[in-house]
Design a protein around this ligand. Structure first.
Ligand code: TXA
Ligand code: MG
Length: 328
């Protein structure tokens, strides 16, 4: 299959492909998605095939507005309120599903995750599709989520008919998945933080523990992991020791450093990449840099994010990328 890669001008073509039951890569503000008509089970099965993903992991349904969300799920007044405050944006709310959403999308669950993305191309694309679009992140299963169209192309060339290029994703890590079925629970921390939700959900808690069904990424499957070892470091001294050890064995190491520590690595003459200054910059750069570095280096040393806000969500992803490996 030949994969067409184009900008906003291919939105009409891609909307038609969706209506014909095909799978399309498209940008959102979080990460790129791999979309199909959520009402067409055959089309949804093609997503799992393209990703090489087990079909027991539920997909998020993307819609352009709350009115369309109501057609896919039971939108409670609380959910309505949260959508009005945080959407369009990086928040997915898990709600009881309507009958028209097939179990192929929800992996057999009676609930569905609904998201209204804010990326202008995602919005135009969803409007043009005129059907809800089920989409996971557009990476091959177990790989780092793509935050550029090139990264999607790397994983999906020849596997999907088209990819829409909307530039680099601004948030850079996946949406917050919030369940409002039962006690409000954050199943996956993301762009909308616990602190941001708390004024509306005083009792909201972060999911911890074991899941049997409905895993959020990383709970059941290995996610976000580069193809080379990745290690979190808590101090420049720890990173330096690790770097010297790897390079001493003839391996190529790279340090993903916060901007303030860049002069330190510069002075040492070590290989490094700047992840940025704020937590927001760090999040928007991290997946792109991991994908870039895994091609060029044998080990990636990543500066540990701080705590609070988006840095908690970053830590969640990086703990998985590094498989828990840390040096202090
Ligand atoms: O930012 C994002 O959320 C991106 C973009 C493309 O929208 N999508 C994304 O999809 O990250 P995915 O499939 O990689 O992760 C969605 C996760 C699922 O793995 C699942 O754990 C959780 O959301 N989820 C979806 N539906 C659910 C449900 N009904 N109950 C519990 N968790 C659900
Ligand atoms: Mg994913």
């Amino acid at each position: 299959m030949k994969t067409v890669l184009g900008g906003a001008e291919i939105i009409p073509l891609c909307a038609r492909l969706i209506q014909e039951g095909e799978v399309v890569g498209f940008p959102t503000e979080t990460v790129y998605g791999l979309g199909a008509d959520a009402l067409n089970e055959e089309a949804v099965r093609k997503i799992y095939l393209a990703k090489g993903r087990p079909s027991d992991n539920p997909l998020i349904v993307h819609v352009p507005n709350v009115e369309e969300a109501r057609k896919a799920a039971e939108v409670s007044p609380l959910a309505e309120k949260l959508f009005s405050v945080f959407s369009p944006g990086p928040l997915t709310i898990v709600l009881p599903k309507k009958d028209k959403i097939p179990y192929t999308v929800t992996a057999g669950l009676d609930t569905v995750g609904i998201r209204i993305p804010s990326h202008p191309i995602a919005r135009a694309f969803l409007e043009a599709c005129k059907t809800p679009v089920a989409a996971p992140s557009a990476n091959l299963s177990k790989r780092v989520s793509p935050t550029t169209a090139d990264a999607v192309f790397d994983d999906m060339n020849g596997r999907v008919p088209a990819i829409i290029d909307g530039g680099p994703c601004s948030v850079g890590i996946e949406s917050t998945v919030l369940s409002l079925v039962g006690d409000p629970t954050i199943l996956r921390p993301g762009g909308i933080t616990e602190e941001m939700l708390r004024p509306y959900l005083p009792t909201v808690k972060l999911f911890s523990g074991k899941v049997k069904v409905a895993p959020a990424p990383g709970m059941k499957y290995k996610h976000y992991a580069p193809i080379v070892p990745c290690i979190l470091y808590g101090s420049v001294r720890g990173a330096e020791r690790e770097y010297v050890e790897w390079t001493g064995m003839g391996k190529k190491a790279v340090i993903l450093s916060r901007k303030k520590n860049v002069p330190y690595w510069e002075e040492k003459g070590f290989s490094y990449m700047n992840v940025g200054d704020s937590g927001e910059e760090f999040a928007s750069n991290i997946f792109r840099l991991l994908r870039y570095c895994e091609k060029l280096f044998d080990v990636i040393l990543v500066e540990k994010p701080g705590s609070g806000g988006i840095e908690n969500s970053l830590m969640d992803r990086l703990a998985k990328s590094c498989g828990g490996k840390t040096v202090e």
